[in-house]
Design a binder for this molecule. Structure first.
Ligand code: GTP
Length: 362
C-alpha cells in the first residue's frame, strides 16, 4: 500500500540525550553526524520514500539547531514545521503540542517517530494494518535478545496489545516498543495539552485500560535505538557497511566512508564501517575499526581506535589506544594512554602522556 494521501508525521526530537553525553552537550542527539549526515536525515529519507511529505518536529532541547540544519525541508523534498516546548513536555506532551501544527482531520492516521531509531521495518505495512483494523494506535514492536533491559509489550493472537510492562528480570515476551507509532489524530487531540505526559507510562496504558484498540505491528527487521555511545557507533558503522540501507547516505557503502577533505595514509587501516569526517586525518600505522572520527580530528601514527567516537578537532596521539570510548570535541589523548569500555573524555580535556604502561608481558 502507498501512503494515504497527505499523511503527516511528527518527529520527537526534544530529548536531552543524557546517555550520549558529552556528544550531546553541544549537538542534540538527532543532529549528531551519523554516516556523514545528521542522524535524522536517515529517518526523513525513509519517511519520504514511503510518501510522507509534511513533518512536524517536536523540539525542546537546543531547538534552534534543528531549523538551522533542515530549514523548511525543501532540500529534503519535505515541508518541515517546528513546534517548540518552552519546557520539555515528555513524549506524550510533545506529540500533543506538535499536533497543533497538523493539517489533517481527526479521523486521519498520523505517523509518530522517536528521533533516535534506525529501523528497516516497512512503514507502509504498519500504516496499512492500522487503517484496515481501525485501531486507535498501532505500535511497531521489535524483538530483542534481552528484553529484561526494556519494558515489554505483550499482544494477543490478534495483535492487540494487552499491557505495557515495566522492566523485569522475567519478561513475558521479547517484544518491545520500537518507537514508531501510527496514531489516529483524534487520539492525539485527547492527550491533555500543556502538561508533561509520557506515552509509554500514561497514554498507552490508559488507552488499553479504556478498551481502545491498541495494535502491535511486530517484525524482525533491522532495529537499533542509538541512545547509548555503543549503539551510536554501531548504527553509524552498520549504515556504512550497508547492513541497513539508507537513501540519505552520502557515499557508497563499504569498509569505510571518507568525507570531504579526509586524509587517510595508505599505511593506515580504517575498517569495519568507520566514518572519517571532513578534514580528519589518520596517519600511517594507525588502526581504526568501527568508529566515528569527527570533523577535523587527528589520529596519529600507531594509534588504535576501536568502536569509539573521536569528537570534532580532538587529537589521539601516537600509540594511544581507545576501545569503546567517547572523546569529546577538542580533547587531546596523549601518547601511550589506553582507555577502554565506556570511558568518556569531556570536551577540551588534555590527557598528558601516560608514563605508566600496563602490559600483560611485564
Ligand atoms: P536520554 O536522556 O539519553 O534518555 O535520551 P532522550 O532525551 O532522547 O530520551 P529518550 O531516548 O527516552 O527519548 C525518546 C525520544 O523522545 C527521543 O527522540 C527524544 O528526542 C524524544 N523526547 C524525549 N523527551 C522529550 C520531550 O520532553 N520533548 C520532546 N519534544 N521530545 C522528547
Amino acid at each position: 500500500m502507498r501512503s494515504p494521501d497527505g499523511l503527516e508525521a511528527i518527529l520527537l526530537v526534544g530529548g536531552q540525550g543524557t546517555r550520549l553525553r558529552p556528544l550531546t552537550l553541544s549537538t542534540p542527539k538527532p543532529l549528531l553526524p551519523t554516516a556523514g549526515v545528521p542522524f535524522l536525515a536517515h529517518q526523513l529519507a525513509k519517511a519520504r520514500a514511503y510518501g510522507v511529505r509534511r513533518v512536524v518536529f517536536a523540539t525542546s532541547y537546543r531547538a534552534s539547531m534543528f531549523g538551522e540544519a533542515f530549514g523548511d525541508g525543501s532540500g529534503f523534498g519535505l515541508e518541515i514545521v517546528y513546534m517548540t516546548e518552552d519546557t520539555p513536555l515528555g513524549t506524550g506532551g510533545a506529540i500533543r503540542n506538535a499536533a497543533r501544527a497538523l493539517t489533517c482531520p481527526p479521523d486521519a492516521p498520523v505517523l509518530v517517530l522517536n528521533g533516535d531509531i534506525l529501523s528497516g521495518h516497512d512503514i507502509a505495512e504498519q500504516v496499512d494494518l492500522h487503517v484496515s483494523r481501525g485501531a486507535a494506535v498501532t505500535l511497531h514492536l521489535t524483538e530483542v535478545d534481552d528484553p529484561s533491559r526494556f519494558g515489554c509489550v505483550p499482544t494477543d493472537d490478534d495483535g492487540r496489545v494487552s499491557a505495557f510492562l515495566e522492566k523485569t528480570p522475567n519478561p513475558v515476551t521479547n517484544r518491545i516498543n520500537a518507537g514508531c507509532y501510527v496514531f489516529q489524530r483524534s487520539v492525539i487531540d485527547a492527550i491533555p495539552e500543556g502538561q508533561v505526559v509520557s506515552v509509554e507510562r500514561e497514554t498507552f496504558p490508559g488507552l488499553i485500560a479504556a478498551g481502545e484498540l491498541v495494535l502491535g505491528y511486530a517484525d524482525t527487521s533491522y532495529w537499533l535505538d542509538v541512545g547509548t555511545p555503543a549503539a551510536f557507533v554501531q548504527g553509524s558503522a552498520d549504515l556504512v557497511l550497508g547492513k541497513l540501507a539508507s537513501p540519505a547516505l552520502p557515499g557508497p557503502v563499504g569498509e569505510c566512508l571518507l568525507l570531504d577533505g579526509a586524509v587517510v595514509s595508505p599505511e593506515a587501516k580504517v575498517t569495519c564501517g568507520t566514518v572519517v569526517g571532513p578534514r580528519a586525518r589518520v596517519e600511517a600505522g594507525a588502526s581504526v575499526r568501527g568508529s566515528v572520527l569527527s570533523e577535523g580530528c587527528h589520529v596519529a601514527s600507531g594509534a588504535t581506535v576501536v568502536n569509539s567516537v573521536v569528537g570534532v578537532g580532538a587529537r589521539v596521539a601516537s600509540g594511544a589506544v581507545l576501545r569503546e570510548v567517547v572523546v569529546g570535541d577538542g580533547a587531546h589523548i596523549g601518547p601511550g594512554n589506553e582507555l577502554t569500555s565506556g570511558m568518556r573524555v569531556w570536551p577540551g580535556v588534555n590527557l598528558p602522556e601516560c608514563a605508566v604502561r600496563f602490559s600483560s608481558d611485564v
